[in-house]
Design a protein around this ligand. Structure first.
Ligand SMILES: *[C@@H]1O[C@H](CO)[C@@H](O)[C@H](O)[C@H]1NC(C)=O
Ligand SMILES: *[C@@H]1O[C@H](CO)[C@@H](O)[C@H](O)[C@H]1NC(C)=O
Length: 848
């Protein structure tokens, strides 16, 4: 085990196969419904009533009923506050009256017909109540909630209602020291776990659910209730407490023993859940949440679990899936573990190899037991009961389906999971996982052709609150995801197909929920569509799309500019996995100065006759080892024919206007932390100079190019205000830039910088020894501009013989833009103190 732990540390450094969400939806882009009430926190419990279209929300000291089709519509509320005396009493026991000594809802279950079963911590005196739904009022009578609801709101809990009986996993005492798995029918009839280390050892409860035995089961087996938790390992020894993820189960028909194990489970068995990535020998030792996909959606139930390496966030998460039959095989046929005393008082757990009594300990009452005349747990023989009391732990572990995780992500901590099934148009059914994070995000992942993809991520909570509960409705036509956090509840659609405006984009999203409707000329959600003439190819091929020549195009822009002016050609694309490629007059665009590429935007300074033509921006995306290209935008650049008026004929103020130069500081705030490359030394802010007043635009998208100064009396005063606000920063930026420039010049002169600088040095100081140049590095101002090169240009270029000791690896990757480079710039920028988004302008010396 020590090796495993060592590996946990080592392998983390080595890393695992990371997946990136293809599309990131921001708050402003999509329409999410929200529910939150001022002054109300800890929206911990969600319960959906599909037939009534109501979502019940259990928060701190209050229960709500909201419209499940639009959760911002509150329908009912029922407050359940802690009496003042209880609150004070709780405070006297050393708990916080403002937070801990309040009432946190921990159980919210539907009872038959018109009632809900609700339990709350109630200032460390847990009680359970019935709520009458029609009146939305709590019934007077209340029950002691011990064993069903924790005392302490910070403690773990789980519960499930099965045939009017509540199964719960929680702690039994004020101090929370006595863990318990309990079935509560009425005060007289309760069955629970033995309070002993082999049964439960400091568990952290995660989930519980029922799995019904198949009807007409040949073994005559019982329904089973499963519990998922982490507990401190007894079988592995380690310096610190080692947490082990567990699956445990009890049988619904268990009545406890008659003498041995009276009112205790006779069917409590548990095993270790393994979630291990063999690619890098990485163990995920903590289960965070479980979702069980059940029939009729699937033939056999599948257990989906999310795991992290340990309790404290290490920034990695995995999804492992288990088949229930594999679990049942271990409980029904596997070996037991047993503790032996090795030295005095020191126990060790080893495999039990002795004779196992009959009927098999821990088995439900099935046909086999019945044939031996054991019709109830109450008449099981003492031998069997004594055995199960001492041997609840199985020796075999539950191995995930495929023997490895379905999904591994880095720098993300998953908190909750729900799984939906959707039948794509090709007739295949896909399991779609919705997984929330501790930063308020929701990932939607699906596997297709053996490849797992995160189709999209959605920012659910703008304050980046950890998602605590996740729920999916299983309506046939319109499904929603509900998520709750400490500050509110949010409702999201399962897909955002309508956001894709072209057939190619719709198909390339490869979302089993989405398809292109040629009739409606839009991307639609298939569950809601009656029209079956839809285009959906989950391998991304868009050849079926109508009008394939303009399949991706959204806009076409035309610019008429004066010679010597600057233009900015934008190109934005949603996919995080695509790269952008520019063509010029249908040939690949050579990124020579004065052309620069920055975050997919093409800048051309000093436009000349040769720059006139059609610029097209293409996205390139790899889908199952094939490249899919689509045209995103087309820019047409033309030269203005009219001669420029002489400056002497102009008014002074107008002259001034012509002198203005706008310098913009670009801020790139990408949230993702990426590997910082060391190849760029002194990357500072990215500043791009626009020569203003020389560009005439016919379209809106390039209006930013034009700036003005206040005393000219131009309309665009917005620039002015932003200038004033950041003037100290501007000075700082300018000072820093000048410093940086002198440093750059000095280093260049000294020959410390790579070839492209040397090229300049050679021009300025021709006497200096010639240095071989690298074709690849065409982009001047490395710090400002991304490097772009094509395969042909750099493929065979050898490394410069005169290496300057500066990283000068060619950045060629199939002729696409290297994102590493891109991200380096971003990272560096984020570190800079003058990382501000403001526009600066100052007088230009370049008069007309
Ligand atoms: C309840 O919500 C508050 C406010 O977000 C949070 O600080 C606190 O930790 C939450 N308490 C529990 C027990 O979840
Ligand atoms: C079970 O009980 C029945 C009737 O009580 C008896 O006839 C039968 O022999 C018993 N079987 C076993 C295996 O004990």
């Amino acid at each position: 085990m020590a090796i495993h732990i060592l590996c946990v540390l080592l392998c983390f450094v080595l890393g695992a196969d990371a997946l990136e969400p293809r599309i990131t939806w921001q708050q402003t882009e999509i329409n999410l419904m929200r529910f939150q009430v001022q002054g109300v926190f800890n929206y911990s419990m969600l319960l959906l009533s599909e037939d009534k279209d109501v979502l019940y929300v259990g928060a701190r000291e209050v229960l709500f009923a909201v419209n499940s089709l639009n959760i911002s519509e509150k329908q009912q509320e029922a407050y359940w506050k802690v009496p003042k005396e209880s609150n004070e009493l709780c405070g006297k026991k050393g708990k916080s009256e403002q937070s801990e000594c309040l009432n946190y809802i921990r159980v919210l279950q539907p009872l038959k017909e018109d009632f809900l079963y609700v339990c709350g911590t109630n200032a460390f005196q847990p009680i359970c109540k019935h709520l009458e739904i029609s009146k939305f009022m709590f019934v007077e009578k209340e029950e002691d909630g011990k064993g069903r609801c924790p005392f302490d709101p910070a403690q773990s809990y789980t519960s499930v209602l099965v045939d009017e009986e509540l199964y719960s996993g929680t702690s039994y005492t004020f101090l929370g020291s006595e863990p318990i798995i309990l079935r509560y029918t009425n005060p007289q009839s309760q069955v629970r776990t033995e309070y002993a280390v082999p049964w439960l050892n400091e568990p952290i409860f995660v989930h519980s659910d029922v799995i019904r035995a198949p009807q007409n089961d040949p073994d005559g087996d019982d329904d089973k209730v499963y519990f998922f938790f982490n507990e401190v390992s007894v079988e592995y020894e380690f310096v610190n407490k080692l947490l082990i993820p567990r699956i445990a189960r009890v049988c619904k028909g268990d009545q406890g023993g008659l003498r041995t194990l009276q009112k205790r489970w006779t069917t409590f068995l548990k095993a270790r859940l393994i979630c291990h990535s063999p690619d890098n020998n990485f163990f995920f030792n903590v289960v965070k949440d479980i979702f069980i996909l059940k029939p009729p959606q699937v033939k056999e139930p599948v257990i989906y679990g999310i795991f992290t390496p340990d309790l404290n966030n290490v920034g990695m998460s995995a999804v492992c899936t288990y088949s229930v039959s594999a679990v049942e095989d271990i409980f029904a046929k596997g070996k037991y573990m047993q503790s032996t005393t090795v030295e005095q008082a020191h126990t060790k757990w080893v495999q039990f190899n002795g004779e196992v009594p009959k009927p098999r300990p821990g088995a439900c009452i099935n046909n086999e037991a019945r044939s031996m005349n054991y019709t109830s747990s109450l008449n099981l023989p003492d031998k069997t009961l004594q055995f199960i009391k001492d041997h609840p732990l199985m020796d075999d572990s539950v191995v995930p389906i495929g023997k490895k995780p379905r999904l591994v992500v880095q720098n993300v901590t998953y908190t909750q999971i729900v799984v939906d099934q959707v039948k794509a148009l090709d007739g295949n059914t896909h399991d779609v996982m919705f997984i929330s994070t501790d930063k308020g995000m929701l990932h939607k992942a699906v596997s297709h052709g053996g490849e797992m993809r995160i189709i999209e991520e959605i920012l659910l909570f703008p304050d980046h609150q950890s998602v605590q509960t996740l729920l999916i409705s299983d309506k046939q036509n319109k499904r929603y995801i509900y998520a709750s956090s400490n500050t509110g509840v949010v409702q999201s659609a399962v897909a955002f197909c309508e956001k894709f405006s072209s057939c190619a984009e719709c198909v390339l999203t490869r979302d089993p929920y989405c398809a292109w409707s040629p009739v409606k000329n839009s991307c639609v959600e298939i569950l809601q569509e009656t029209d079956r003439h839809l285009i959906q190819t989950l391998n991304g091929a868009s050849s079926q799309c109508p009008d394939s020549t303009h399949k991706g195009i959204r806009e076409s822009m035309r610019y008429t500019v004066k010679e010597g002016s600057a233009v900015e050609l934008k190109c934005s694309y949603k996919s995080n996995l695509a790269s952008v490629v520019w063509t010029f007059n249908n040939e690949s665009l050579k990124m020579n100065p004065p052309k620069y590429l920055l975050h997919n935007t093409l800048f051309i300074f000093n436009v000349t006759e040769s720059d006139i033509g059609i610029y097209q921006c293409w996205s390139q995306e790899f889908v199952m080892d094939k490249v899919f290209s689509q045209l995103i935008i087309k820019h047409i650049l033309e030269l203005e024919k009219t001669p420029i008026p002489l400056s002497s004929t102009l008014q002074p103020s107008t002259q001034m206007k012509g002198l203005i130069e706008t310098t913009r500081v670009y801020k790139i705030a990408k949230e993702k932390t990426t590997k910082t490359s060391t190849s760029q030394a002194a990357t500072t802010s990215v500043s791009v100079t626009h020569l203003n007043n020389k560009v005439t635009t016919n379209t809106v998208s390039v209006t930013e190019v034009i700036g003005s100064i206040p005393d000219v009396g131009m309309e665009k005063t917005s620039y002015l205000s932003s200038t004033n606000e950041c003037s100290p920063l501007i000075i700082l930026v300018i000072v820093f830039f000048l410093l940086f420039l002198s440093l750059l010049i000095y280093n260049c002169y000294k020959g410390f910088l790579p070839a492209m600088c040397l090229k300049y040095r050679d021009t300025v100081f021709p006497s200096k020894k010639k240095t071989p140049l690298k074709d690849c590095e065409q982009g001047v101002k490395e710090i400002l501009v991304q490097k772009v090169c094509t395969e042909n240009q750099c493929g065979g270029t050898p490394k410069a013989p005169h290496d300057t000791g500066y990283e000068t690896e060619p950045d060629c990757r199939n002729g696409t833009i290297t994102h590493k480079e891109d991200e380096t710039i971003e990272d560096k920028e984020m570190d800079q103190p003058f990382d501000v988004n403001c526009e600066i302008k100052y007088a230009d010396s370049d008069g007309d």
